[in-house]
Design a protein around this ligand. Structure first.
Ligand SMILES: Cc1cc2nc3c(=O)[nH]c(=O)nc-3n(C[C@H](O)[C@H](O)[C@H](O)COP(=O)(O)OP(=O)(O)OC[C@H]3O[C@@H](n4cnc5c(N)ncnc54)[C@H](O)[C@@H]3O)c2cc1C
Length: 379
């Protein structure tokens, strides 16, 4: 498992702890959750501490060494102390812009990231193309020196308040190559509507309609035809981040439940003295220890450049499902207090559920991991 954190990493963790103790953030998160608002004030505070930049390329504020482990340690502390993770996905959107973008796009990325707010969304999924993204229909056509996008995207995180979306589209002429375009959300022909969803109320989910949206060649992000390949490593990193996010939320719910088990008296003794509650705490602790190991090992692989898609899928699949079990057990220990009154453990329980679908479903993770095992043992 994970090496001990360095002195610098411990300082980063300490700064996250200090941020979390600055005020009663939970009241603010409740308000954002109830009003379906992106937690701007909190995300700006995180931005000031540089958390979003940690895994950027070095010339864009990223760390030279152990960047992903530092990122994991920072977010682990934020989440453990009840932090909202609405902005954790910045870290998978911006690096691709800094790596693949033109100088103009990189400059734009810096300006947008400096706001600390969600300004760029990803739009790949379509009503007819979910797990099977290869069947997408959104396309681009060239005419008179311009490029025109047509199609429909769905379930896109933060699309309703982003300034730009990265749209993956198919070349209408060849119907074979997928290319990414950086599209302003206020461009004529773009319509975005919000979707209701289970949990994750501080991030929006958007349906995007593209009706003859005119863009320029300079709005292409990365090389033509590299629509999926240029992000394949990012998808793997995103899966480690999904694991981290679920682990962190589950850790917070567990700590709340463990403290409560010591305090809550029923039948004349603390509920934690009963074997049934101890069994839950023991199960939770075991799963959290496994999750931590998988996430930190995945982070070390990212830093060493050795992360493979089998490990990334395994990490996401295990952490998401284990985190769901842990938060469920935490709610059982907290009982009425957890179910009623907008407890953060209940928000964690509800929010984790989406991760079994977003960023690749459980089933896709299993298939990816299964294929990777077979490949490893092919003679
Ligand atoms: C909260 C949230 C945020 C999201 N954010 C974004 C975003 O920002 N940008 C974006 O582009 N997309 C986003 N998505 C979309 C997400 O990537 C898709 O929902 C996901 O890939 C699954 O697609 P689908 O919902 O169409 O399900 P489908 O692919 O239709 O799958 C339905 C069910 O069938 C199973 N299934 C499908 N094929 C197989 C198979 N071959 N074998 C076994 N089982 C199979 C699936 O696992 C699932 O259980 C988001 C989704 C959610 C829920």
């Amino acid at each position: 498992m994970a090496k001990a954190l360095t002195e610098e990493q411990n300082l980063v963790v300490a700064s996250m702890k200090e941020l979390m103790s600055r005020e009663n953030w939970d009241d603010y998160f409740k308000e954002c959750d109830n009003e379906h608002k992106f937690p701007e004030r909190f995300c700006k505070a995180l931005a000031e501490l540089g958390i979003h930049q940690i895994i950027n390329p070095v010339e864009y504020g990223g760390l030279e060494e152990d960047a992903m482990v530092t990122f994991v340690a920072a977010w682990e502390e934020v989440l453990r102390l009840g932090g909202n993770a609405a902005s954790i996905w910045f870290s998978t959107t911006y690096p691709v812009l800094f790596r693949e973008g033109t100088e103009e796009q990189k400059k734009l990325g810096e300006e947008l990231m400096a706001t600390g707010l969600t300004k760029i969304g990803n739009a790949a999924t379509e009503p007819g193309a979910g797990s099977d993204l290869g069947s997408m229909k959104t396309n681009y056509t060239r005419k008179g020196g311009k490029v025109y996008l047509n199609g429909q995207k769905t379930f896109c995180t933060d699309a309703t308040y982003s300034d730009y979306i990265i749209v993956t589209a198919l070349d209408a002429e060849t119907m074979s190559q997928y290319t990414n375009w950086l599209v302003p959300t206020n461009a004529p022909g773009v319509t975005i509507s919000g979707l209701e969803k289970l949990g994750l109320k501080t991030n929006s989910a958007g349906e995007i309609y593209l009706d003859n949206v005119e863009v320029d060649e300079k709005d292409m992000l990365g090389a033509e035809g590299a629509g999926f390949s240029m992000q394949k490593d990012d998808f793997n990193v995103e899966r480690i981040i999904s694991g981290l996010y679920c682990y962190g939320y589950a850790l917070c719910a567990f700590e709340d439940a463990a403290k409560y088990a010591n305090q809550r008296i029923q039948f004349g003794e603390a509920i934690g003295r009963t074997e049934l509650i101890q069994l839950k705490l023991a199960d939770m602790k075991t799963k959290l220890t496994n999750m931590k190991h998988m996430v930190y090992t995945g982070a070390e692989m990212v830093d060493a450049g050795t992360l493979d898609k089998g490990y990334a899928a395994m990490c996401k699949y295990y952490c998401v499902t284990a985190a769901q079990e842990v938060t469920d057990d935490a709610l059982q220990v907290l009982a009425g207090v957890g179910i009623c009154g907008d407890h953060r453990a209940s928000r964690a329980w509800r929010d984790i559920r989406a991760s079994r679908v977003s960023g690749g479903t459980d089933e896709m993770m299993i298939l990816t991991l299964g294929r990777s095992v077979l490949k490893e043992y092919r003679s």
